[in-house]
Design a binder for this molecule. Structure first.
Ligand code: ARG
Length: 580
């Protein structure tokens, strides 16, 4: 189903074509946008642009467009306002028909792109044994939401967990563990991620202080790189322990990921460097192989290169990401690549993209690469968020604390239900609150973490929306009717201004997803859903459902609202409950 915006744009483009046949095709394209409620529902701004182009009065042009409208039944009102805006107010029959169509549409009025795209979403991507920080949780939440969006829009999505599972850090960790925890490396004992992270810290300290240890560690790196059996076994064991820790978090958050870490690209690195060399893109600086790209400078204004091979022959993050982008373009045949990390890495990815273009691997007209950056997570003190006992507290505790707090609130509010029901509800609310708080703040801004705020019942929170959802279903239950029968006997007919306002907003679900698919800002959808809940509340305040002459139509409007709300929450990664 076409969105209302696309439909109106198409129709008005035709109208402009008829009114001004001499215009070029590109010039006929109508500029249409949603408009503030007091003016109508949609607005066409083309008269102003055409006035400049044709050297005529914009209001006269607007009038000419209006005179050529041939779908008057679509509108209740068409006004020309100000310098030449055309404001459209939709008619009740037209809007009602659209809503009835939306109800039948499995995509609820969203419009998948014409061509199905292969979309790689690289997100979460923590590092083995190194610090796992809240930024990784943010990446997990945002990336999962974007993946869900494109899955809903019927795209071919590959969710990749690009974990940092390769590199020189393993040399010191293995060396340290051979000393302090040999049984773990042999697989006779096991441990958890937090212990591993503490060992990593200790290993790093020793590496910096003890030359003997440093030498051993470097030797261990060589053994690992040559695929020596014992070293590989130790590496695998370390990865497995980390993996278990990560998986615990993914399970609780209900996030699916395919692991394809840095080690996957390791065998391709030499080939990539050789190819870039052959292409003449590599210059040697201080013994390191570098790619210099126009427009990239460091703070001192000196050219800033990508370093693809260090003077000791080792490869690094830059090399791996070049191999990665190449693999995603040529092997995965991605149409779009989305990489979700903190904004601090934005320069790195800009350079990787620029290098891929220069190597002619990437044609930006054919493949879109988006680095989806995000701001820091701040604590209540306004500083970078740290869990209570410092950096190495299990991140999973951050999530379970939200669940515990949600449970306290449920008990305080004397929520009914068996212990299992309450535990489930607390999980839905707690995890939902964390995700929603993150997604609803503008992605590129820093965001302040606060349990109290995210678990509020009022305002733009998960709890408010989940509660709205439960309330709508409560209405349907209360009226004691079989929804299937209502749906077969009645249809939506919106008349009251609050019904119309709700109806128009329901129609904008697809438009909202369109915008979000372009700018990759999840708060587009949270804002939309918050407004939807508010519009529903206004409708329910102003319009009687049960026992009214309009009961059938209004129940179906409730049904459509509940479907859109549930689907929207699902794209955000939020579970819903039927009662609470
Ligand atoms: N492991 C990296 C980090 O923790 C993120 C990786 C993102 N993806 C990539 N292709 N580099 O910062």
């Amino acid at each position: 189903m076409q969105t209302l915006l696309a439909l109106l744009r198409g129709r008005l483009t035709e109208v402009i074509g008829k009114a001004f046949p001499a215009l070029a095709a590109e010039e006929k394209k109508a500029d249409v946008a949603a408009c503030p409620e007091e003016f109508g529902h949609y607005q066409c701004n083309s008269a102003l642009r055409l006035a400049k182009l044709l050297g005529q009065n914009p209001r006269a042009i607007a009038q000419k467009i209006v005179d050529h409208l041939d779908d008057r039944a679509t509108y209740r009102k068409v006004d020309i306002a100000g310098p030449g805006f055309i404001n459209f107010t939709l008619s009740s029959p037209f809007l009602s028909e659209r809503l009835n169509e939306q109800l039948k549409d499995p995509l609820l009025g969203a419009m998948p792109p014409h061509k199905r795209q292969k979309i790689v979403v690289d997100f979460s991507s923590p590092n083995i044994a190194k610090e796992l920080h809240v930024g990784h949780i943010r990446s997990t939440i945002i990336g999962d939401c974007l993946a869900r969006l494109f899955e809903f829009l019927k795209q071919d999505v590959l969710r990749l967990n690009h974990i940092g599972d390769w590199g020189t850090q393993f040399g010191m960790l293995i060396t340290y563990m051979f000393d302090s925890a040999p049984a773990v490396l042999k697989g006779e004992e096991t441990t958890d991620l937090v212990t591993l992270m503490n060992w990593y810290k200790a290993a790093k300290k020793r590496f910096d202080a003890d030359p003997e240890f440093k030498k051993k560690s470097q030797f261990e790196v060589v053994r690992l790189q040559s695929g020596e059996k014992e070293a590989m076994k130790a590496w695998k064991i370390i990865c497995d322990i980390s993996r278990k820790g990560f998986q615990e978090i993914y399970d609780l958050m209900q996030v699916r990921l395919v692991e394809r870490g840095e080690s996957f690209y390791n065998p391709l690195l030499k080939e990539v460097v050789d190819e870039l060399d052959r292409l003449g893109l590599v210059s040697v600086s201080d013994g390191a192989k570098c790619i210099f790209l126009e427009g990239f400078q460091n703070r001192e204004g000196e050219p800033l290169p990508l370093i693809i091979q260090k003077s000791d022959g080792g490869y690094n993050y830059d090399t791996t990401d070049l191999a990665t982008i190449r693999h995603r373009i040529f092997v995965e045949k991605a149409d779009r690549i989305i990489i979700v990390t903190d904004s601090g890495q934005s320069l790195h990815f800009q350079m990787v993209i620029a290098a891929a273009i220069k190597a002619k691997w990437l044609d930006p007209k054919k493949v879109e690469v988006d680095h989806v950056g995000f701001g820091l997570v701040l604590g209540p003190d306004g500083k970078k968020f740290k869990t209570r006992s410092g950096e190495t507290e299990k991140l999973i505790d951050l999530l379970t604390e939200a669940v515990d707090k949600a449970k306290e609130i449920l008990i305080e509010r004397k929520t009914e239900g068996s212990p299992t029901e309450l535990a489930h509800l607390a999980k839905v609310l707690g995890i939902g609150a964390i995700k929603y708080a993150d997604l609803s703040s503008h992605r590129t801004k820093d965001y302040t973490f606060s349990y109290d705020r995210m678990l509020r019942f009022e305002g733009n929170t998960a709890v408010f929306l989940l509660y709205a959802y439960v309330r709508i279903n409560g209405i349907k239950r209360k009226v004691h009717v079989d929804m299937k029968q209502v749906l077969s006997k009645h249809h939506i007919d919106v008349q009251h201004p609050s019904e119309i306002a709700l109806g128009v907003h329901l129609q904008r679900f697809g438009e909202t997803l369109d915008v979000m698919a372009r700018d990759l800002l999840p708060n587009r959808l949270t804002d939309y859903l918050y407004e939807l809940a508010e519009k529903f509340n206004a409708f329910f305040r102003d319009c009687r459902v049960e026992g009214s002459p309009e009961e059938g139509s209004r129940l179906i409007l409730c049904e459509l609202t509940s479907r859109v709300l549930k689907q929207g929450l699902e794209i955000l990664g939020l579970e819903t409950v039927e009662r609470m």
